[in-house]
Design a protein around this ligand. Structure first.
Ligand SMILES: [Zn+2]
Length: 257
């Protein structure tokens, strides 16, 4: 886990060496903080808990952007703050719990499985807490109940597994309309006013121009794949991880008439 870095006043991001995964901390009142998607390894979560303690912070509330194993983690060292996710995400965490835990065990062994995936449903426009306003932008692109968090005071958009500089759009091919769902997600994120920084779930923090570049790349990718056209996405290279090339091949196959 890289150390927490301030990306905007009161907003800190740590990046794991595992899949360049980000964890976001929003500083609130009286030493409380909002923790979004703490990840990934047991050592990462221990380092995060230590670093928060050293900064005099403790999680007051937590948010999981979506119901994939690497975004629903927790450790006893992070305390017992209420943890929330969008209702559709919580439903999937319940129905697919065994599969999620199996993937977690294979990819990041050693976590306390009782604490993984334990979010409560929150069907509200903002996260209830005593800190900077944290607006939710919920859609079903990438996964059901995918909730980005926008912080209007600092202009930071915590995008979850969207808006990445290193990953192509990853569609939820289990859904009835994966492409439509993803496009709705892109449109919702593109129409959030006042974004100055974007924090992707995997990848690097970018500014407003970089967010627009990523959303344009995503749209170009979706247009090409859905039309069955070959497409060179700069995020898909010979150095890309095998799983991403496989996902791309699956997405191409999915749309083949
Ligand atoms: Zn994901």
């Amino acid at each position: 886990m890289g150390r927490l870095t301030e990306v905007a006043p009161g907003v800190l991001v740590a990046t794991s060496t595992y899949a360049v995964t980000t964890s976001t901390v929003v500083v609130g009142a009286g030493g409380g903080c909002l923790l979004v998607d703490p990840a990934v390894t047991v050592a990462d979560l221990a380092a995060l808990a230590d670093e928060l303690a050293a900064l005099g912070l403790r999680p007051a509330v937590a948010w999981s952007t979506h119901p994939h194993w690497d975004h629903v983690l927790w450790s006893a060292g992070l305390g017992d703050a209420p943890r929330y996710a969008a209702p559709a995400a919580v439903s999937l965490l319940q129905t697919e719990r065994e599969a999620m835990l199996e993937q977690l065990g294979l990819s990041a062994p050693g976590h306390d499985l009782d604490l993984a995936g334990r979010a409560r449903p929150l069907d509200e426009p903002v996260i209830p807490w005593d800190g900077p306003e944290a607006r939710l932008v919920v859609h079903d692109g990438h996964a059901p109940g995918h909730g980005a968090v926008f912080l209007p005071d600092s202009g930071v958009l915590v995008a979850g597994d969207m808006c990445s500089d290193i990953e192509i759009p990853l569609l939820d091919t289990e859904a009835a309309d994966p492409l439509g769902d993803y496009r709705v997600g892109v449109d919702r994120l593109a129409s959030v006013p006042g974004v100055r920084q974007v924090v992707p779930g995997h990848g690097h923090v970018g500014d407003a121009a970089e967010l627009r570049r990523r959303l344009a790349l995503d749209t170009a990718y979706l247009d090409a794949v859905s039309a069955g056209r070959p497409h060179q996405d700069p995020r898909l290279t010979a150095d890309s991880p095998a799983w991403m090339r496989t996902m791309h091949d699956n997405q191409v196959r999915y749309f083949k008439p």
